[in-house]
Design a protein around this ligand. Structure first.
Ligand SMILES: NC(=O)c1ccc[n+]([C@@H]2O[C@H](COP(=O)([O-])OP(=O)(O)OC[C@H]3O[C@@H](n4cnc5c(N)ncnc54)[C@H](O)[C@@H]3O)[C@@H](O)[C@H]2O)c1
Length: 330
């Protein structure tokens, strides 16, 4: 059955890919985001005939107003500040967008009996070194004065808020935790898009510290299938969305070098020297995705090499993306 959704934070990386996917499935949806769309984004909104509402998720009035004028089957809540440079430079914005924003969305959802899908993160589990992580794994953070924890710890509070409201106010909600999603439209400040951008512009790829830290990189198209399945079945509780393809950052860089046909030598970036105690890396981040596989039959199917190849092909057709600034270090 075709549905109508609201995507909050829909002008970001996941939001744009989700928009294309929902359109392909025939669903309709509106987007709410805090940004003034740039030229490319305006074109994107026009091409897909999306109703765009500019607004701040921290303002409950705007949410109540939209909900009273529309009949939504579900809300994808993606709004957040993502990226370590934000966690370090504006931790209070990061925290309040997640906590106040999520409280508002949850409230507006239970008042209107709408299903909420909240996008949380693997960072919620912090530096727990007992991988792979199940949904009920312990959260292990560093000290509160290390700003990078502002993101994971506020997402953790938002998760508890949603679980609490599901109990006390009968909020219908799914919480998902993404594990390193990459693909088309991603801002080139993260390891995969940044180094694709660098290599395609003839700049040296950048490896943080040893390059031995590992991640389970997940191609965005796989993640979207999971998102839509969870929304349409209105599953409650927490689900991990991630791949089982674990790679070190150095392997990722080699894969990008190969797929962009370059022979550039990676450059090392010492986070300790530059960011001192504000940056604390996580050595391994591996999801246990048994729950979503058992409940919905979903698993990530796109290996890193194929996902990178597809992303590079997309960039070749969307050269404007190479004009985005890839020089931000973290
Ligand atoms: N991309 C990943 O690998 C990843 C990993 C873990 C979790 N997540 C989560 O998934 C969600 C989507 O991530 P993304 O990569 O698309 O991020 P993104 O930064 O590309 O998009 C987030 C969007 O939220 C909007 N936004 C920020 N503050 C807002 C506010 N106050 N009101 C309304 N809109 C606001 C931004 O303008 C942006 O368009 C986020 O919640 C993020 O925490 C993503």
């Amino acid at each position: 059955m075709l549905k109508k959704y609201l995507i909050i934070g829909g002008l970001g990386f996941v939001g744009k890919n989700l928009s294309l996917y929902l359109k392909e499935l025939g669903h309709s949806f509106d987007i709410l985001d805090i940004k003034d769309p740039d030229k490319q984004e305006q074109q994107f909104l026009n091409d897909l005939e999306i109703t765009y509402i500019k607004g701040d998720v921290r303002d409950i009035k705007i949410l109540r107003n939209i909900f009273s004028n529309n009949s939504y089957d579900g809300v994808f809540h993606l709004a957040s500040y993502v990226g370590i440079r934000h966690y370090i430079s504006m931790p209070e914005e990061v925290i309040m967008t997640t906590i106040a924003g999520t409280l508002n969305v949850a409230q507006a959802c239970y008042e209107n009996n709408i299903h909420l899908l909240f996008t949380s993160t693997s960072e919620v589990l912090g530096k727990n070194n007992q991988v792979p992580w199940k949904e009920n794994a312990n959260r292990v953070y560093g000290s509160s004065d290390i700003e990078r924890w502002s993101y994971g710890s506020s997402k953790g509070v938002a998760e508890q808020l949603i679980l609490g409201l599901s109990k006390t106010k009968k909020l219908s909600a799914t919480i998902i935790r993404f594990f390193n999603i990459y693909g088309n439209y991603q801002n080139p400040i993260f390891v995969v898009p940044k180094n694709i951008s660098n290599c395609m512009k003839g700049l040296r790829p950048l490896v943080y510290d040893s390059g031995n830290q590992t991640r389970c990189f997940t191609y965005v198209q796989d993640a979207l299938i999971a998102l839509e399945l969870l929304m349409s079945t209105k599953k409650s509780g927490i689900y991990h969305i991630g791949s089982n393809f674990e790679h070190s950052v150095s392997e990722v860089i080699s894969c990008i070098i190969k797929n962009t046909d370059t022979s550039l030598e990676p450059e090392n970036f010492d986070t300790e020297k530059k960011y001192k105690n504000t940056y604390e890396d996580i050595t391994r981040r591996v999801p246990d995705v048994t729950k979503i596989k058992e409940d919905l039959g979903w698993e990530a199917r796109t290996p890193l090499d194929e996902g990178i190849k597809l992303t590079v092909e997309w960039v070749k057709l969307n050269k404007w993306w190479l004009n985005l600034d890839s020089s931000v270090e973290i």
